[in-house]
Design a protein around this ligand. Structure first.
Ligand SMILES: [Zn+2]
Length: 52
């Protein structure tokens, strides 16, 4: 799974698709998770999870 902020959703989707070889699944994370999770590509709080 890749945690990402709004700015890096596209990047995470592309990277997730390459890793898994199938269409990645995008979901919004809950408020509690946002507080403790940072984007994989920058220091912003993560807003989405990309998974398969
Ligand atoms: Zn980011």
């Amino acid at each position: 799974m890749i945690y990402c902020c709004k700015e890096h959703v596209d990047l995470a989707l592309r990277s997730g698709g390459e890793r898994q070889g199938s269409a990645p699944f995008l979901k919004e994370i809950s408020t509690e998770e946002i507080l403790s999770t940072t984007c994989e590509y920058c220091q912003n709080p993560a807003v989405y999870i990309v998974a398969n």
